[in-house]
Write a protein that binds this ligand. Structure first.
Ligand code: GLN
Length: 249
């Protein structure tokens, strides 16, 4: 099966090993006999209905966010339609902020978001930097651990009733206060975690592949398990670091 990924603004939003996340999706798909084709989406592009199974947007600093926010927001209608038709998405850090309604930066300027996630973000004056550990339940009754690294000045506020990606066990999370990190709306996930995210949390890569394949075929596949020994070690190292030093200014 071919899985088509729309990589949003890869030339601008690409800090923190975002390409590594794509590489993990590509390998884990290939090990199950699926091909991942990554198509960049940039200024003036418009995703065609049904074309993409998964959208990916990475992190960037305020400067890059400012450069691409209007073009990304202009794609909002097509992206929202694609998601309503079952496409999945992962948005990391700066991309996560722009998946909400708006991002108000340090100077008070408001960058428009795409409105795929029920949230907004406001820049604060202290950066939240460090290792993070979360407990997620994307499938009810199956708690999973997610480990990563955060580095953001933006505080993200979820709308009343919005579903966070996970509960913060160590680290700052969305705003340093709510005790939650990230956001989930159906098959769309947003998170501050990077550094990189998917190599040390392979279950999340598989969840995304499953959603993307479900979009393509109309039914949820069961992915063959992989060994994941190195991945489990990477996760353990990262989780320990978060437990020891996550979430301190
Ligand atoms: N505007 C972002 C911030 O809050 C950028 C986050 C990122 O991708 N590093 O700092």
């Amino acid at each position: 099966m071919k899985i088509v990924v729309g990589h949003l603004f890869p030339d601008y939003l690409n800090i923190y090993a975002d390409r590594g996340n794509i590489a993990v999706l590509e390998r884990r798909a290939a090990w199950r006999g699926h091909e991942l084709e990554v198509r960049p989406l940039g200024v003036g592009d418009e995703p065609r209905p049904g074309e993409h199974d998964l959208f990916y947007v990475g992190g960037g600093q305020d400067r890059e966010q400012e450069l691409i926010a209007p073009a990304l927001a202009a794609m909002g209608g097509a992206l929202r339609e694609a998601v309503a038709a079952g496409a999945a998405a992962l948005a990391v850090c700066g991309g996560y902020q722009l998946f909400g309604r708006f991002y108000r930066d340090q100077s008070g300027d408001e960058l428009p978001g795409v409105g795929l996630l029920p949230l907004h973000t406001v820049a604060g004056d202290r950066r939240m930097i460090g290792d993070v550990l979360l407990e997620c339940q994307l499938e009810p009754g199956r708690p999973r651990s997610l480990a990563g690294f955060e580095n953001h000045a933006g505080r993200t506020y979820l709308d009343e009733g919005a579903e966070p990606l996970g509960r913060v066990l160590a680290g700052f999370g969305n705003d340093g206060e709510s005790g939650y990190e990230g956001c989930r709306s159906g098959r769309v996930l947003g998170t501050y975690l990077h550094g990189p995210l998917l190599p040390r949390n392979p279950w999340l890569a598989d969840w995304l592949l499953t959603q993307a394949l479900a979009h393509r075929t109309g039914e949820e596949p069961v992915l063959e398990p992989l060994e994941d020994e190195l991945e489990a070690e990477a996760h353990a190292v990262s989780a320990d670091r978060a437990r020891i030093r996550g979430g301190r200014y």
